[in-house]
Design a protein around this ligand. Structure first.
Ligand SMILES: [Zn+2]
Length: 302
């Protein structure tokens, strides 16, 4: 007589997720906390139908202590559903090492939480991250990310500081990309949220772009400028006199018509990160990561 699979699933969960404490101390966070595989090994070998249940439960939390182990797991092909289905919680441990390690977590599609243990994460590539500044704030305040030098984020929407919301990026005349040197280019709220990252040098934001917008990067900055891509060299559609940093199509249409407002707005963006009070403005929110030297926007889709 065979047990119903739901009952087997419950048994496996009880064995794995409600075991006696295995940590030597509550603060021993660098150690894996699961029971040993022996706990469910025999059960996993009982029948062909029990094994996937055991593997799914076992890999629900994945403790990895090197990027190489992740690559091995992926390339081995032994557990094809590991990233696409099974793993919900990742615990990555960045060991002390002189070599740079790249953690590619892009194959983990169902992960809802990541624990990060390590002190020298220098390059972070986030996919599917939320564009709300509150979420950006979490990056700077995540233990282990204090030494970030480069931050790359793939975003579905972009924060617009004129309407204070996350908006789809649209242009009528699509630019190929935007690069800022010298620390400019982040939305003010992003710059403020990332300011604690004292080693951060470069931010790359990759955004999905939509068609059917009404604006161009250089909207209204020069009324004589020809922004029609059919008569304008491609490079001109990248002219960026308004220092675009996420403003949405709608706000640019409705608010940039007011030249006085637009000029004041662009001037305020030029001040981000300057020493306070030099221009008589007491806006002490104008901070940014102190070593930030390059900001790039890349566009895809559309
Ligand atoms: Zn807006």
């Amino acid at each position: 007589m065979s047990l119903p699979l739901e009952l087997v699933r419950e048994i496996i969960h009880l064995l794995l997720f409600f075991p006696p404490p295995s940590r030597s101390t509550p603060d021993d966070i660098d150690c894996a906390v699961k029971p040993t595989w022996d706990t469910i090994n025999a059960l996993s070998l009982t029948t062909r139908s029990f094994r996937p249940l055991a593997l799914e439960a076992w890999f629900r939390t994945l403790y990895i202590d090197s990027p190489e182990n992740l690559i091995f797991l992926r390339d081995s092909g032994w557990f094809p559903e590991l990233g696409s289905k099974w793993t919900k919680h990742l615990h990555c441990v960045q060991s002390f090492s002189k070599t740079i390690s790249f953690w590619n977590l892009s194959t983990f599609l169902r992960v809802s939480s990541i624990d990060w243990t390590g002190s020298r994460v220098e390059h972070l590539d986030l996919r599917g991250w939320m564009s709300d500044p509150t979420m950006i704030h979490y990056i700077a305040n995540t233990p282990g990310l204090g030494h970030l030098k480069t931050l790359k984020m793939v975003l579905g929407t972009m924060w617009c500081e004129l309407c204070h919301s996350c908006r789809a990026v649209k242009f009528k005349y699509r630019p190929t990309g935007v690069v800022y040197e010298g620390g400019l280019g982040l939305p003010i709220h992003y710059a403020r949220a990332l300011a604690p990252l004292e080693y951060l040098e470069e931010v790359v934001i990759i955004i999905h772009i939509h068609d059917f917008g009404r604006t161009a990067l250089g909207l209204n900055a020069d009324s004589n400028a020809d922004m029609n891509p059919e008569t304008t060299p491609t490079s001109n559609t990248n002219l960026n006199p308004n220092l675009w940093s996420g403003e949405c199509d709608n706000c640019m249409v409705t608010m940039y018509d007011d030249d006085a407002f637009r000029e004041k707005w662009v001037a305020s963006k030029r001040r981000v990160g300057l020493a306070f009070g030099h221009d008589g403005d007491d806006d002490d929110d104008n901070v940014r990561p102190p070593k930030l030297r390059r900001v790039e926007y890349q566009f895809y889709g559309g």
